[in-house]
Structure formats: C-alpha cells, structure tokens
Design a binder for this molecule. Structure first.
Ligand SMILES: [Zn+2]
Length: 68
C-alpha cells in the first residue's frame, strides 16, 4: 500500500490512528459519502510515517474523513 504524498482539503480519505504515536495516517483516497454512502474498507497493514511502527488495522478502525 503506497503512502499518499499529501492530502487535499476537499477530498476524502481513509484514515487510521497510529496506536503508538497517535498520528493520523491517511492511506487512500476514496469517494465522498454523498457519492458512495456505503463504502467499506478492508483491513490494512501500514507503516506509520511518524514512528515507522507497523500496525494491522481492522475495518472498524478505519474511518473516512475529509481533507486531513
Ligand atoms: Zn506512529
């Protein structure tokens, strides 16, 4: 899973919170809730860009947020 180079304020992203350093990690761009109300994220394993810790996240831990 590639890291996003940056985020834009008007776009929506799948976001998890690193359990080690509590940094928000946006890892994928997704459609807005208006466009796709029932988007379901799969679990994902990510390297935190803040502390380099590797964590597996369950679907319930993944939120969709705009422009973080
Ligand atoms: Zn971290």
């Amino acid at each position: 899973m590639p890291e996003l180079k940056g985020t834009e304020p008007d776009k929506w992203y799948l976001v998890v919170v690193c359990p080690k350093c509590l940094k928000d990690i946006a890892f994928a761009e997704v459609p807005s809730p208006q466009v796709e109300p029932n988007h379901r994220a799969l679990g994902v394993r990510l390297t935190c860009p803040g502390c380099r810790g590797v964590t597996s996240f369950a679907p319930a831990e993944i939120t969709r947020r705009q422009g973080i």
